[in-house]
Every structure is written in C-alpha cells, then in structure tokens.
Design a protein. Structure first.
Lengths: 253, 293, 280
C-alpha cells in the first residue's frame, strides 16, 4: 500500500537517506530498525511530507504523496507518533485525541457558529469516541487532565490514541516504547497486535529488539541511509550484514 | 546635483544603517524585538549634549563616553528585564511589551529631566568648512557623520565576520542552546551584545542629533519605525542586510524628496516596505524564507 | 450627579471600554492561534476610515458603514495574510508592525482620508447598545469557535504547528482564518469608534495603539475571553486612574508594563494556573 522508490534525501552534504526502496504491504506490522542516526525518523518525515526528498518517488494507495502538503497526506490515511513526544501539553487528554479527528469532523462554518444539531451530534460523538480510545490505550478516567502533566509512558500512550483518532489505514509509530517499563511495553505490544483486527497497517521504528521480534511480521534494516536487509525476523537475525551493522552498536542501541 | 544627492543619501542612509545595526544585533542574537532601542538612541544624544555643554568635554571625548553610557543602559535593560524573561522561556511578545514599557519610561524621564522642547548641540563643534572632491562639496559635519557611522559599521561587521568572538556570536544566532553545548559563554555574550547594540544606538542618536540639529525626548519613536523599516527592507536575518536596508531607506527618502516632493518621502519608503512585505516578507537581501526564532 | 450629566461626562469612556474590549478580543483571537500579529491597530484604522468615509462622504447608512468597516480590513487581511503568514514568531511581529506603519503613512497621504488632518465632523451615530451588541455577538462567536474543531485547531497550532499539520489540520488556512477574523473584529471596533469620537487622524492607529492593544491581551491573559476584556478595561481606565500622578503618569504606565511582564506573565485572568498539577 505504501511504496518508496529510490528515495534520497540530504541535509547539506550529509545523505540521510540514500536510494531507499521499500514497500509496506497492507495489513501487516512492519518494523524499521537500525543503529542511531541511520535515517529512520528521516524516513518517517519524508513519508508524512515534512521533508521533500531530493530524489525518488513515494506513493500511498495510488496517490503520489510528493505532491501533497503534510495535512493532505494525513487526511489520505496516514497518522504518526513522534520519537520526541509532541503532544499539545496545555490541552486536556480528551482534546488532544479530538484534535486527531479534526479532518473527520464534517460540520461546516455555519455548523459551529450556530451550534446546529449536526454540530452537537458530531462533537458529542467525537468525545464519546475519544473516551473509548483513551480507555483502549489505558488512560481511562484522566479525560480532563492536561497532557503535559502525564508521565512519560502515558504521554506515549496518548500520542498513540491521538494518532488512532484519525482512523488511519497506515500508522507510523516512532519508538513507541522508548522509556517505558516492561509492563507498559507489554501493554503497547498487545495494543499494536489488536490493531490487526481494525485492518490497520503499522510501520514502526523501535530499538527494543524483544519488542520488535515479538511483534513484527517483516523487518527492514536501515544503516547510513541504506536499506541493508529486508525479511522476516528470523531471516534478519541470521543476516550477516545486519550483525555487522549492529556489532559494537549493541551498547548504544 | 545628482552627485550631491548621492552623497546626502549615503550620509542619511549610513546613520539609519547604524541604528538598524544595533537593533538587528539584538534581534538576531537575543531573538528579541527591542522596542526600547529608540529610547536608548534618544538618551545617547542627551548624554552627549550634557557632556559637551555641562562638562565642556571636547567632541572626541564626549562621543565615546556617551556611547558607553548608552551601552550601560542597554546592559541594564538586558540584566533587569530580558534576562529574567530568557530564564523563564517567556513567549516572544513578553520582551516586546517589557521593552516598550522601558521606552515609555525613558521618554517620560527625559521629558521630566530635560523638558519637552527641542535642544541643539553647540554650533561650534565642527568648522563650517567644506571638503571638495571635483564638483562635489561636502560639509565637514556631514563627512564626519558619514565617516563615523561607516567606521563603526565596518568595525562591527569585521568583528562578526572575522574574529572568534564573531564566530561565537553567529553560533548563538543560529541556536543559543547548541552554542552553550559548544562551551560558548552565551549569557555573557548576550550582555555584551546588549551593551554594544545600545552603544551603537546611542552613537546613531548623537549623529542624527547633529545631522538634523535637533534633540528631543520624542526623537526615538520615529527612528524606531525607520529601524523596523530598514530591517524589513533589508532582511530579517543578517547584519549585512540591515545595513543595506538602512542605506536603501536613506536613499529612497533623499531621492523621493529630490525628485517628487517632501510629502512623498515616507509614503514612498513605506510603500516600498509594503511591496516587500507582499512579495518577499523575508526582505530584499534576506536569505531564509521562514524562520521561527 | 444625575444620569444625563454623568452620561455626558463619561459616555466616551464607557463606549471606549466596549470598543477596546473588542480590540482586545481581536488580538486574543490571533494570539490564540499562535500568531504574534501587531496589525490589529492598523485594521481598526482601516475599518474606522472606511466606515467614516461611507457616512461622511457618501451619506450612507450606519449599518452599511459598519458592514464596510468590517469587510474592508478583512479583505486587506486576506490579501496580505497569504505572504505575511509565511513568517512566524518575532518575524511576523516585525512584518505586521511594518504593515501598521504602511497603513498610517497611506492615511497620511491620501485625499479621501483627509491627509494629515484626518476626517472631521463624523456623525455621532454610535449608541451604547450598538457597542454592547457588538461585544455580545463577538463573545458568543468566539466562545462557539473555542469549543469547535476550529478553536481546537487554533490551540493545536499555537502549541505545535508541525504536530497540528500532521493531524490533518490545514494550518495555512486556519491561520489565515484567525488573521482575517481578527481583522474583521478590529474593523468593526474601528467603525464604532469613528462614530462617537467625531474625528479621525492617522496617528490614532499607529504604533502606540498597536502596542496598547497587545498589552491589553497580555495584561488580561489569553486563556479565555474574560482575560482580554478585563485587560482592555484596565488599559482604557489606566489614564483616568493615574490622573493624580500628572506628568509622571506616562512613567508609571511604563513601569506597570514592565512589572506585569516580569511578575504576572500569565496575565490577571489565568484559570489554567489552578489546573497546573491536578493531583498527579
């Protein structure tokens, strides 16, 4: 459903992505791994339209993403979370999630000005759904707290709820369990697994190998902006190029 | 005739550029729109006036002393107001409001201390001689004003471009946090920048006071508008652009008066400003299209 | 003092309270979308001139004048918004200050605006209930906006524009909406203002008023519509309150601004202050 073909992107003289060709198949959970600075987050930024690649093509369900501004890409069905959490910290949890539904709330200008029935129904429905999403990620009962007051792990959960609120067909998770304890990691793992039933496709970046190997159907390995390997977790674990890339990196990764 | 106007344009433009340079230093390095820069400019002129008339110092001594006085005032504003806001990570509008408060305070104090009427520098400061180059003759006063502002600007640009201090300052302009990680004493250089920018503002005040033969508590405000215009015209980023913007503004004003009429002076320069806003909001000589400082 | 003589003395002040309340709301609207725009005073000026020209020179009706006074600055905002809103933060502040100067100088030089003398003899058409009605409608509009997807988009953009965009919010359009709506409210305030002050001059809407209006919002706080209204009232009343200080009035004004920024950064009306840490 997502196809990157020969994507390159550089910052100044540094090639952050070099000739990356990658496809994400519908319905699966695909992992994107690699040492720090390999270009994984850059790849997410390219997919979501924050960076325009210097070369290559990028399509999602037949749409050419390179001609769309970021908010159109989002409404096409791609949602994401961020490695360095970017919540709206002075807004409540429930408002954060409802912002994620922005494009789906279809009432027009007159709707909110006159507070029409359609407006009130859409708003009430959105809040109802937001509460369900908060419950699903394990944040029930904190609806009206400010997002900035949450613990680190809970902020990551809220980011996932906000991304799910857009009802994306492709969800990009950037280090969803970084900084979490093992209980929280297990919660996130079963949450991501449960997304299969919603026919959602997931592409995730993660350094926690136990998490990645236990969750992903397929993996792609990025090193110095190159894709050095693709395959099932078992194939990746046996791949000499991958072992080479991670050798001596174990400590820092 | 045309040569004469070109000389006038350069002379006026260079003082505008000097004022804009101090303004843009604070803007670029501290990331603050310092609306008290006009007040410092005005008090610089009064400081020189007092040193010349009350203490009877010669001009060459009064100028640097008044500049130091203006610089200390800038330092005080940084230490008492801007530093507090920096520490707090206050949003951009906070320093603007605080410095406009400082500007109102300065104008009001100047009014109370020196009266509202227009004052003048002693007339015998400069000889009434002219310097002649071929067909152009330049009054010594005008030549000195231009010369002084050019020397100060060249000195500043040289420091910023060619010295280690300048390199550190440019790093801070890029990102104060990254600069601090590199071991650059960011706070100290913020203080230094505030001092130097205010000293340049004070010098511009003295030179404008000389060139228009008028000093008043209200001279800061219109100059502040010109400073804003100069750095929008030039470009919001670079020191070079502010200088070019100042020269450009001076030239526009002089030529508008010469070839159209004096009523169109401000209209033309601000009309240009408007076009720049529409067409290149980043400025005529600015590089980056957008930036959120 | 009976009612009619009290009104004769204080009507201008009372009407100004309402008009500057509107101005504070107009800048609150742009600030709530994260736009540090200082063009609102200029938009007020455009609205004031446009509406005064309608009643004074074309003998148009007051509603028509107010309509044009609201629409004209909105149209200008639409025109300059597209390029200028590409800037953000202090850069936007600087550019909008420059725009304010442009408007002042244009008013100073055009024939139809009366040049440096401005317009005189503008009919006194503004009644207290016009101002009240404008305030009520504006407050209702802003409250409805705050609790809709548009208001949430404003807040999201103010907090993190990039994240907002990736949530599917068309940030450019939303920011333009805030800018244009702010201009329309300022224009309405200008139209009302012109029809009780009798005269207009280019200096009324320059740099000082831009800063005054910004101060209203900051002093009051921008966490809701109550803050700007309170700030607008305080700044309008301040000269009256400080009258006893005579020549040091302006100095006190300056000190108050500095003190507010240093010691009351959230403004006076800051309900979120009490919600910072609700028993984490």
């Amino acid at each position: 459903m997502l196809a990157l073909h020969r994507i390159s992107h550089h910052f100044g003289g540094v090639r952050a992505l070099d000739d990356v060709t990658l496809t994400v198949e519908k319905g699966g959970i695909q992992g994107l791994i690699g040492p720090n600075g390999a270009g994984k987050t850059t790849l997410f930024n390219v997919i979501t339209g924050l960076f325009r690649p210097s070369e290559g093509t990028l399509s999602f369900e037949g749409h050419n993403l390179l001609q769309m501004p970021p908010h159109r890409i989002a409404t096409c069905g791609i949602a994401r979370t961020f490695q360095n959490i970017r919540l709206f910290s002075e807004m409540t949890l429930i408002d954060n999630v409802v912002v994620g539904m922005h494009a789906r709330l279809a009432y027009g200008t007159l709707g909110w000005m006159l507070r029409t029935r359609a407006f009130r129904q859409a708003e009430a429905g959105a809040r109802q759904q937001a509460r369900q999403l908060l419950e699903r990620v394990g944040l029930a009962g904190h609806d009206n707290e400010l997002a900035g007051n949450l613990s680190y792990g809970n902020q990551r959960k809220l980011e996932i709820a906000r991304a799910l609120a857009a009802e994306p067909r492709l969800l990009l998770l950037d280090e969803p369990v970084a900084g979490m304890n093992s209980t929280e990691k297990n919660e996130i793992m079963s949450l991501v697994k449960s997304l299969r039933q919603d026919h959602m496709t997931v592409l995730l970046i993660e350094h926690d190998m136990r998490f990645v190997m236990g969750l992903c159907d397929t993996l792609a390995v990025l090193n110095f902006g190159h894709v050095i390997a693709q395959g099932s977790p078992a194939q990746i674990q046996a791949n000499p190029a991958v072992i080479e890339a991670y050798l001596g990196q174990e400590e820092s990764a | 005739m045309l040569e004469q106007q070109i000389v006038n344009a350069i002379s006026l433009g260079s003082v505008y550029a000097l004022f804009a340079l101090g303004f843009t230093l604070i803007f670029g390095i501290l990331g603050v729109i310092n609306l008290s820069h006009g007040g410092i400019f005005m008090l610089g002129a009064y400081a020189a006036l007092l040193l010349l008339t009350r203490v009877n110092l010669p001009f060459w001594a009064a100028l640097p002393l008044a500049m130091i006085g203006a610089g200390l005032l800038g330092l005080a504003i940084d230490a008492l107001i801007l530093k507090v806001l920096r520490k707090r990570g206050a949003p951009h509008l906070m320093p603007m409001i605080a410095t406009i408060g400082a500007a109102i305070l300065m104008t009001s104090l100047a009014q109370g201390l020196f009266g509202s009427e227009t004052r003048r520098f002693p007339i015998d400061l400069f000889d009434q001689e002219n310097l002649t180059f071929g067909s152009i003759s330049i009054p010594l006063l005008q030549a000195s004003i231009t010369g002084l502002s050019v020397v100060l600007m060249v000195l500043m640009i040289w420091i910023l471009r060619r010295t280690r201090l300048g390199q550190a300052l440019r790093a801070i302009a890029e990102s104060p946090r990254a600069a601090a990680l590199l071991g650059i004493p960011v706070e100290r250089l913020f203080h230094l920048t505030s001092f130097v920018a205010a000293a340049l503002g004070g010098a511009a005040g003295i030179l404008i006071g000389l060139s228009f033969d008028a000093i008043s508590p209200f001279m800061g405000q219109p100059m502040l508008h010109k400073g804003i215009a100069a750095i929008i015209l030039g470009g919001l980023e670079a020191v070079r652009a502010a200088v070019l913007g100042g020269l450009f503004l001076g030239a526009t004003e002089v030529f508008a008066v010469t070839f159209l009429s004096s009523e169109y002076r401000d209209a033309l320069s601000f009309g240009l400003l408007f076009l720049v806003l529409l067409w290149r909001p980043q400025g005529l000589f600015g590089a980056a299209a957008t930036r959120s400082a | 003092m009976d009612w009619s003589s009290w009104w004769a003395t204080y009507s201008t002040l009372v009407l100004s309270l309402g008009v500057y309340g509107l101005m504070a709301l107009s800048i609150y609207l742009t600030l709530s979308c994260g736009l540090l725009s200082l063009a609102n005073a200029a938009f007020m000026g455009i609205g004031a001139y446009a509406s005064a020209i309608v009643t004074l020179q074309y003998e148009g009706s007051f509603p028509a004048a107010l309509l044009l006074g609201t629409a004209a600055p909105a149209a200008v905002a639409l025109l300059i918004g597209v390029p200028v809103l590409r800037l953000s933060g202090v850069y936007l502040a600087m550019a909008t200050l420059g725009f304010g100067e442009v408007v002042r100088v244009i008013a100073l030089n055009l024939e139809i605006t009366g040049g440096p003398l401005g317009l005189n003899g503008i009919p006194l058409l503004t009644e207290w209930w016009h101002v009240l009605l404008a305030l009520v409608v504006t407050v209702a509009l802003l409250q409805a906006l705050r609790h809709s997807k548009v208001g949430r988009a404003f807040e999201a953009i103010r907090e993190d524009e990039t994240a907002a965009r990736l949530m599917g919010i068309a940030t450019e359009r939303v920011k333009l909406l805030a800018f244009v709506l702010g201009a329309a409210i300022a224009g309405l305030a200008g139209g009302l203002n012109a029809h009780y002050t009798f005269t207009l001059s280019p200096g009324n809407f320059g740099f000082e008023s831009a800063v005054d209006i910004l101060t209203m919002a900051v002093l009051g706080g921008i966490q809701g519509v109550a803050g700007p209204l309170l700030g607008g009232a305080l700044i309008t009343l301040l000269p009256e309150l400080l009258r006893g200080l005579q020549e040091f009035r302006m100095a006190a004004n300056g000190l108050i601004l500095i003190a507010v920024v240093l010691f009351m950064p959230q403004g006076i009306w800051a309900p979120l202050r009490f919600r910072r840490r609700p028993g984490k």
